[in-house]
Ligand binder design. Structure first.
Ligand code: PLP
Length: 378
């Protein structure tokens, strides 16, 4: 076996069908989508607008509610900072969760320096949330709730529809980091009362460095303050020459995700069950996170009395992620697992396996054998 990639939550390979769509926009169709005076520009603009439609279709919004960005991190910054800047008169209190991605947590820390009052709510041992606690935490000056749809480390899915309904009832904006959910779970931003959310192409078999942010234009008509100025692209919300090939790739990735969501998730769910059942029978392997409300492709496993480092090294060429976030050269225990109540040893003993569109049964069987051989040695 040459190599087995089981780190799809980190990034995915570009689907060949996506790449094929993108290629002409690097060469013969190289126009600037803002050039209004010639056919090169018109062709690029048309491709961008088609992509916008495909992104909107995946999450159930209007195309005029989609703005292209360089990825989810930028979209999160734009939504959170842009909402706070425009509405801080309404209230400065923002509620979020300790298990959010660093793109959200770091942006909220920045907003704290601008006067925001941030409450980071805890989660249960299985990574799920307490809706009543959220309700009790909402105050008169609460401006927004930022809650992810699905966790990148454990796959745990939040009850987004209920959070959205609560926010709507209590007149609070609702931002959801939907980076890991898009293309994996069918969802509809309007049905879930989501006012803003993000998508990243490289998590759904598109290219890196491109994504989109959804900002509701109706009920509520949300206005966000631009964070990048110059040229007024994307209706003044996000300036900068559009990455046309990337956007075409994102659009195609969204269209394929929509078409293949069901078959992809059935396949991944079956293979994940095979992986989990084969490893947890050993008795010293445990699943981190709620097993019911979870992405179909992710399993975060804790190998009692072992170190994730050791496992990762010994199962190569299988590529997986540690349950700890690697910040520069220093390995730190995952803030997600710690928030779920795991101690440092348990966190350092955890490994994330994330499957994807191209994962095969043969690869999973090979991975099981590799992991078992380490477990049998210990
Ligand atoms: N949010 C979540 C939940 C993620 O998993 C990631 C990627 O790791 C991001 C945000 C950031 O996405 P991007 O790489 O597009 O900036």
């Amino acid at each position: 076996m040459k190599s087995v990639y089981l780190d799809y939550n980190a990034t995915t390979p570009v689907d060949k069908r996506v790449l094929e769509r993108m290629l002409p926009y690097f060469s013969e169709k190289f126009g600037n989508a803002s050039s209004k005076t010639h056919a090169f520009g018109w062709a690029a603009e048309e491709a961008v607008e088609q992509a916008r439609e495909k992104v909107a279709a995946l999450i159930g919004c209007e195309k005029s509610e989609i703005y292209f960005t360089s990825g989810s991190t930028e979209g999160i910054n734009l939504a959170l900072k842009g909402i706070f800047e425009n509405y801080c008169e309404k209230g400065k209190h923002i509620i979020s969760y300790q298990t959010e991605h660093m793109a959200v947590l770091d942006t909220l820390s920045f907003l704290k320096t601008k006067g925001a009052d941030i409450t980071l709510l805890p989660v249960h041992r299985d990574g799920t949330i307490d809706l009543q606690l959220l309700k009790n935490t909402i105050r008169k000056d609460t401006l927004m709730v930022a809650a992810m749809y699905a966790n990148n480390e454990t796959g745990v899915v939040f009850p987004v529809k209920e959070i959205g309904e609560l926010c709507r009832r209590m007149d609070v904006f609702f931002f959801s980091d939907t980076t890991q959910a898009a293309g994996k779970i069918p969802f509809h931003v309007k049905e879930d009362s989501i006012d803003a959310c993000v998508i990243s192409a490289h998590k759904i078999y598109g290219p890196k460095g491109v994504g989109a942010v959804y900002i509701s234009r109706k009920h509520p008509r949300l206005s966000v303050a631009a964070q990048i100025h110059g040229g007024g692209h994307e209706r003044g919300i996000r300036s900068g020459t559009l990455n046309v090939p990337g956007i075409v790739g994102l659009g195609e990735a969204c269209a394929l995700a929509e078409q293949e969501l069901l078959s992809d998730s059935m396949n991944q769910s079956r293979l994940r069950t095979l992986l989990e059942q084969s490893l947890t029978v050993q008795g010293n392997v445990f699943i981190n996170g709620n097993i019911k409300d979870r992405l179909c492709n992710t399993t975060n496993l804790m190998f009692k009395d072992l170190k994730s480092e050791e496992i990762i090294k010994n199962i190569r060429p299988v590529a997986v992620a540690a349950g700890s976030a690697c910040t520069s050269a220093m390995q730190q225990p995952s803030h997600v697992l710690k928030a779920m109540g795991l101690n440092d040893d348990e966190s350092y003993a955890s490994v994330r396996f994330s499957l994807g569109r191209f994962t095969t049964e043969e690869e999973i069987n090979y991975t099981i054998e590799k992991v078992k051989s380490i477990l049998n040695k210990n």
